[in-house]
Design a protein around this ligand. Structure first.
Ligand code: PMP
Length: 354
């Protein structure tokens, strides 16, 4: 792609920084943002870092009607020595382009985007909180901006990056959550957009999540869209089970999002010589394994929580409790290792941090 420079306009006034102990996920944004436009004649152009501010869009913009949009989520961490670390950010840029391809959005230059991201973080470095478990959440996203009420790929786009300081996901230590196995609604189907990080997938998930919340469950376990038999994901996380010493996770099938945390966990388990298999996993098998006393642990994985241990599943009027509702040994070990690598407290044998 063409050589691009980024025009930088700094904010005249800086906003007050929030108290790290009261941070709520995704509600506060830093002083600056990155923005770049796409048009058919110029391609991606006009890259800028500018003060964080609202943007103006035509009400007919494709994004508002047909949801042609993609996004990513990753974090920056501040080490004790004051260094800023990113965790496998190239994976997020790669996935952004995979999502772009699925949504007919023009490809971005991954290297350029990563450099823009680094430059933006550098400018807003003071916003990275330094308390235990805190980080700077990074949200790159692309929206379709052509004013056109027709179902067709837009001919103009905006690529933006915004940053949000976030507190510890676990204020009182890592705690297992209760999961509702969803039999009616599905998140994604084979051939659909489940393996892309696109806005509509999340809109489609709200109804089931709302019902689960009303019933006192914190997340939904998603089953496949055809037979409602095979496990796909948990909430907006990938899911792992430890059965009789072996770790299993649903194999990628086109409707599961390939998580960066998921890949990292599989690599870590292999490094520790713990058997890990990607295969089809049925919900019946999980309940059966529990009855036989073989279901040792279950946990969700994703950027936000890293590891979210599961303490209970509810499916077809039946409830199973895992590990007496306590966090399992493997979940704890994975959580500690990954967060230590992310925060630069432990050697990174994989070269994951940048
Ligand atoms: N599945 C879905 C549907 C998600 O939104 C996410 C969060 N990006 C994940 C899984 C976990 O992915 P990652 O480990 O890359 O955060």
């Amino acid at each position: 792609m063409t050589e691009q420079t980024i025009t930088v306009t700094l904010a005249k006034e800086k906003k007050p920084k929030p108290d790290p102990s009261t941070l709520v996920f995704g509600k506060v944004f830093t002083d600056h943002m990155f923005m770049m436009d796409y048009s058919v004649d110029k391609g991606w152009h006009d890259a800028q870092i500018l003060p964080y501010q609202p943007i103006t869009l035509d009400p007919a913009s494709v994004i508002f009607h047909y949801g042609q949009a993609v996004f990513e989520g990753l974090k920056a961490y501040l080490t004790k020595e004051g260094k800023v670390l990113l965790f496998r950010p190239e994976k997020n840029m790669e996935r952004l382009n995979k999502s772009n391809d699925r949504l007919c959005i023009p490809e971005i230059d991954e290297e350029f985007a990563l450099n823009a991201l680094k430059q933006l973080i550098n400018i807003d470095k003071e916003w990275i909180p330094n308390g235990e478990g805190t980080s700077l959440y990074i949200r790159p996203f692309i929206i379709s901006t052509q004013p056109f009420l027709g179902v067709a790929a837009s001919i103009s786009y905006k690529f933006m990056i915004i940053l949000s300081p976030v507190g510890s996901y676990y204020k009182e230590g890592v705690k297992p959550v209760k999961i509702f196995v969803e039999n009616e609604y599905v998140r994604a189907v084979a051939g659909g957009t489940g393996s892309a990080k696109t806005a509509g997938n999340y809109a489609a998930s709200l109804k089931a999540q709302q019902i689960a919340t009303e019933k006192g469950y914190s997340q939904v376990l998603w089953l496949d869209g055809v037979e409602k038999k095979y496990i796909e994901e948990v909430g907006a996380m990938n899911v792992f089970f430890k059965i009789n010493g072996e770790v299993v996770t649903p194999q990628l099938n086109g409707s599961i999002l390939e998580g960066v945390t998921r890949s990292s966990i599989m690599e870590l388990l292999q490094y520790w010589n713990i058997p890990v298999t990607e295969r089809k996993v049925t919900i019946a098998e999980i309940f059966e394994a529990h009855k036989k006393g073989e279901l040792e642990e279950a946990f969700g994985t994703g950027t936000a929580a890293v590891i979210s241990p599961i303490g209970e599943f509810f499916w077809n009027e039946e409830k199973i409790v895992l590990n007496n509702g306590e966090t399992g040994e493997l979940a704890t070990k994975l959580y500690d290792t990954i967060t230590n690598i992310q925060n630069g407290r432990q050697e990174d044998p994989f070269g994951w941090t940048v």
